[in-house]
Design a protein around this ligand. Structure first.
Ligand SMILES: [Fe+2]
Length: 403
């Protein structure tokens, strides 16, 4: 039998628009029951240290040691993570991914820029990364240079991904969100039926969702819960709006406590729901929406302004990696003396600068190189002064404006 790239027979009618107009709720429920009974096979995730509630759980320090070893480990791990998010349960946890001190500083910063947070049951600070980069560039750099974060983004989205973040704090008394899927299709509500079903399925490849714990998250604080394998439910954006599907999903979700610095990554098509915080102290986390360069971010982001803000840090780190300063190359990660790694510099550049050229106003003069990430790499390699870098970033940013 000839199989298409989707794994279906070329004549299959599964991805017809008709299914969205004439819903087949019984058949979809049967499929969801089947998906909810799947069990994660640990042999498919050899780099995971455990499987908890059907979700692979990784150790951040172990992954870091492997990818710093410089052999084929990074590619092998990326393949495993991609399979987990695509053909697997759609969600994974990385323990100790971020140094706790970085998360504590980020949360302290959130408190200083979020009016009323102390007395509020729920506060969300949009465009958090941009605000931190401009006000606390060294703290931002320490946080977003994480090579594991970069590896998961690349594993799911490839090159040119764009990171946006919103810091979130919830405590007892806040409203509970419904069980849902994430952007972008969920934004359309019931109108999502006007998109072809194949686009519903493709939606998962446009975004990677991530939450990094900034405060301890025991179960009583309501860490997010997931239904592993629900990412495989083709008509899920419509179905999860129905009460009978919510009732079925709710008792079958997996939830685990998180420590400061732990990260949960998930395919946006995975059914999930923040739990209820029964405590009077905030459960705080940084919510990532990482977009494919072929997608659109929910939040706008001043990539040129952020890049200028962290430019002194980038220059210093580049010198350290080149070994030209003769000092300052030593630091401590998880208690171990280590040196700044080139993957950290790459992670920071990719997390901050624009990595994709379009859309542009082609009438305007193009800098060389054209894309911000390449401009920064060239500037570091050739030792540009501040004035030249700023000019090239401004030219690149201006190409995105019609005026
Ligand atoms: Fe969500």
């Amino acid at each position: 039998m000839v199989q298409s790239i989707t794994g279906m027979e070329p004549s299959s009618k599964l991805y017809s628009r008709r299914r969205l107009v004439q819903e087949n709720v019984e058949e979809d429920m049967e499929l969801l029951k089947h998906l909810s009974e799947l069990k994660t096979d640990a042999s498919h995730y050899p780099h995971a240290k455990d499987i908890v509630g059907n979700i692979p759980v990784y150790s951040g320090p172990e992954l870091l040691n492997l990818i710093y070893a410089g052999d084929s480990s990074r590619e092998e791990i990326m393949d495993e993570l991609h399979q987990c998010l695509f053909t697997g349960p759609g969600v994974l946890i990385i323990k100790e991914m971020m140094e706790p001190e970085m998360c504590v500083r980020a949360h302290e910063f959130m408190k200083t820029i979020t009016p009323g947070i102390e007395t509020s049951t729920h506060k969300r600070t949009p465009r958090f990364g941009e605000k931190q980069a401009k006000a606390k560039p060294e703290d931002y750099a320490g946080y977003y240079s994480n090579p594991i974060l970069a590896m998961v983004c690349e594993a799911w989205l490839g090159l040119g991904y764009q990171i946006t973040t919103q810091s979130n704090a919830i405590r007892a008394g806040s409203d509970q969100q419904e069980i849902h899927r994430d952007y972008h299709m969920s934004h359309w509500g019931d109108r999502c039926r006007q998109f072809p079903l194949a686009t519903h399925v493709a939606n998962q490849f446009l975004t990677l969702q991530c939450a990094i714990a900034h405060t301890p998250q025991p179960l009583t604080s309501g860490p997010t819960r997931f239904l592993p394998y629900s990412n495989h439910h083709p008509n899920g954006y419509l179905n999860i709006r129905r009460q009978e599907f919510k009732d079925f999903v709710k008792p079958r979700m997996s939830q685990m406590p998180l420590e400061v610095g732990d990260a949960a990554f998930f395919n946006p098509s995975t059914y999930h729901q923040p739990g209820v915080n029964e405590q009077d102290v905030h459960r705080a986390m940084n919510l990532f929406q990482v977009n494919s360069c072929m997608s659109r971010c929910m939040d706008t982001k001043d990539t040129a302004g952020m890049t200028k803000a962290i430019w002194p840090v980038l220059k210093q780190w580049h010198k350290e990696i080149q070994g030209s300063t003769g000092s300052g190359t030593e630091r401590f990660v998880n208690g171990t003396k280590t040196e700044r790694h080139p993957l950290e510099l790459e992670a920071l550049i990719n997390a901050t600068a624009e990595g994709y050229e379009y859309p542009i106003n082609s009438d305007k003069e193009a800098p060389s190189p054209r894309v911000e990430t390449d401009i920064v790499r060239t500037a570091l390699r050739e030792g540009w002064d501040d004035e030249k870098l700023y000019k090239m970033l401004d030219l690149s940013a201006a190409r995105r404006l019609n005026a």
